[in-house]
Design a protein around this ligand. Structure first.
Ligand code: MSK
Length: 654
């Protein structure tokens, strides 16, 4: 494998890395060669929670003297275990904060919409509104939609500042799961409260019991998965419509040479939704014509892409590690970013070409970018202003233009409700066919494969290898975030992929129902959809009475963001075996890793795993799935038994 092939398995990515070299433009792939990770920080052994340090307490060598043992304790006496657990917990707190602050923004816009204060937003999914109202215990009766929506918005916002009690959506979980949380004292009380308390616990001189820290981190993570992220998904669905299967295209080849290209990147769907709506505005179209472009092409990057892809079929230019490379094509007239996962280096890459980098969130400015703040009350005006910036920039393109030809088709938009409908039909929507096929062994189990790209491993390779291995072994895969985009680029998000890549059992089910073997369920915050799908499988019966009983597992082999750790920890705290790859942040403390990998299962019935090799990771997940099948008594596919008369009589007599 050549050096460049070690960087990515995606041909479009490789082409653009090479082009960037020719153009003299530095990207993350170059920096990853030069900047090596700090070995002490990488294993979670660096404590900088006070400035008597930073103290470094690296993992012990096989033989160590007395002096080295002293060095394995921070100045304040904090052990390697405390330091490692604190660092892990802080990642959970930061990841939870990111998802939940996004959710708060959505809840505020939702409430303003309900009150009629932002006329450019509307309630699009009344069905889902009623569902959420029922879950929130809000009276429906013959009340107008607007009143119900105001109650939902207020109730949702109150979840952030709630001080006591429990988050409302916890009641959606299987009863046994709720019991586990309550008995262990990890049922989150309020979203902000859990983030603040976890940050407090991890300060110098506070919680210095690693197990307690990691259990507290579970409470915070649950406030993300069953709190902020779930609120965000539900309210976005009500505002913008619950995704239904839709065709889309993915990879850098979706950019167009003769059109104005605008790439939206980040996580919030609010502005991109409005941009989709104004693309055909006569002013915009006229401006496009006046600069000699054939049209205006809106494309997405990362999770903003997933949001507008799922609801409008807007093409996806790429996932996390392709953000700079989209600009390297030389045809991106504006890259519009909101929050999370936007690399600061975009500003430098944009300078190599003609691209205007436009920040839109008051929370996320980038030095060197143009800032056009998104104001919900003037949403269309802002959206048009941004599009005009892009259109004006079309004529500034340089000559070094090259768009990779790689594009893949995909079918996306599998919300939990859609899967329910597709499996069961309109009048009897249910997960029953899925449960039956798991019980009869055609489908071996369910896997959630989610998360980022990481420049420390070959782009797209671990996730793709894992997913292919899983579906080959009849494990249906639910995917979100950048892993979903990886799947799309490789052609796994089409019904035809079942025949090509899935095992016979899974393929037969996919072909019967018309589903791809890998289901795109949305952005990072939409991992809450996977929680809901798992809960629906439990509630449909026959596969135990808790998420931890299901033949299911999760993975994020290319993770890099703190949000991924928060997601992983809420899956573990929801009873799921969750495998991460590439790097693991607690290798500096064997007891902390053991607690997460083994002992946590005793209380939360879920546990972490770490395996950088995707084939071995698949093996771990499949072994776990098989263990669960055995516990359920469905480890062998059920054979059809034909009874003769004597047997029937025996049964009647029994
Ligand atoms: S964008 S958090 S790189 S999935 Fe959601 Fe992708 Fe990970 Fe960001």
């Amino acid at each position: 494998m050549s050096d460049i092939e070690k960087k990515s398995i995606d041909p479009a990515t490789i082409e653009m890395i090479e082009k960037a070299h020719i153009d003299g433009c530095e990207t993350i792939f170059d920096r990853a060669d030069v900047m090596k990770p700090c070995p002490i920080g990488a294993e979670g052994s660096c404590c900088k929670h006070c400035y008597m340090g930073p103290c470094r307490v690296p993992a012990p060598k096989k033989k160590e003297g007395a002096l080295e043992k002293i060095r394995r304790i921070g100045l304040c006496g904090a052990t390697a275990e405390t330091i490692s657990a604190r660092n892990f917990a802080r990642m959970v707190a930061a990841g939870t904060a990111a998802h939940c602050d996004h959710a708060r923004g959505v809840a505020k816009v939702f409430l303003a919409t309900a009150k009629g204060e932002v006329p450019e937003f509307q309630i699009k999914d009344e069905q889902k509104l009623y569902q959420v109202a029922m879950d929130f215990g809000i009276e429906i009766g013959d009340r107008p939609i607007r009143e119900i929506a105001i109650d939902i918005g207020e109730r949702a916002l109150a979840e952030f500042g709630r001080q006591e009690g429990e988050l409302i959506f916890l009641k959606r979980a299987p009863l046994k799961r709720q019991e586990i949380w309550r008995n262990l004292g990890v049922a989150p009380r309020g979203i902000d409260r859990e983030v603040v308390e976890l940050l407090h616990r991890t300060c110098m001189g506070v919680d210095q019991d690693y197990q307690d820290l990691l259990i507290s981190a579970a409470r915070c993570a649950l406030a993300d998965g069953w709190g902020g992220s779930m609120i965000s998904t539900e309210l976005q669905d009500i505002l913008f419509g619950n995704p239904v299967p839709i065709l889309g295209q993915v990879n850098l080849g979706v950019l167009k040479k003769d059109e104005v290209n605008v790439v939206v990147h980040g996580h919030e769907p609010l502005l991109p939704e409005i941009m989709v709506g104004v693309l055909n505005d006569p002013d915009i179209q006229q401006a496009v014509q006046s600069v000699g472009a054939k049209g205006i092409n809106l494309a997405g990057m990362c999770c903003s892409a997933n949001e507008i892809l799922m609801r409008h079929g807007i093409p996806v230019a790429g996932n996390f590690l392709q953000q700079e490379l989209a600009i390297v094509t030389g045809v991106v007239d504006a890259m519009v970013v909101d929050i999370q996962c936007e690399m600061q280096s975009l500003a430098q890459v944009a300078k190599c070409y003609h691209t205007k980098l436009i920040t839109t969130s008051p929370k996320a400015k980038i030095e060197g970018a143009i800032h056009i703040e998104f104001e919900e009350r003037e949403a269309q005006k802002v959206a048009k202003k941004i599009l005009m910036e892009a259109i004006e920039n079309f004529s500034n393109r340089k000559t070094n233009v090259e768009i990779p030809s790689h594009v893949a088709d995909m079918v996306v938009g599998f919300s939990h409700e859609t899967i329910n409908y597709l499996l069961g039909g309109f009048f009897r929507a249910s997960y029953r066919p899925l449960n039956d096929n798991i019980i009869n062994g055609r489908i071996r189990g369910i896997a959630g494969v989610v998360g980022c790209n990481n420049a420390r491993t070959t782009h797209d390779d671990p996730n793709l290898t894992l997913i292919k291995e899983l579906i080959k072994n009849d494990v249906i895969v639910l995917t979100t975030g950048c892993a979903a985009i990886t799947s799309g680029k490789a052609g796994l998000l089409t019904p035809e992929a079942a025949k090509l890549y899935a095992g016979d059992g899974l393929a037969s089910v996919c072909e019967a129902v018309g589903l791809p073997p890998v289901l795109h369920m949305g952005a990072c915050v939409d991992n809450s959809r996977i929680l809901m799908a798992a809960t629906a499988v439990v509630k449909d019966g026959g596969l135990g009475d808790d998420i931890s009983d299901l033949p299911a597992a999760g993975a994020a082999l290319e993770w890099m963001h703190e949000k991924a750790i928060a997601i992983g920890h809420y899956f573990v705290a929801s009873g799921v075996f969750t495998v991460f790859g590439t790097v693991w942040p607690t290798t500096g403390s064997e007891p902390v890793s053991r607690f997460l990998f083994e002992e946590l299962e005793n209380s939360l019935k879920g546990k972490w795993g770490f395996e950088p090799d995707p084939r071995k990771a698949a093996k771990l997940m499949i072994e776990h799935i098989d263990k669960k099948r055995k516990a359920l008594g469905i480890d062998r596919a059920r054979e059809r038994v034909l009874f003769d008369m004597a047997k029937r009589r025996e049964l009647d007599a029994a």
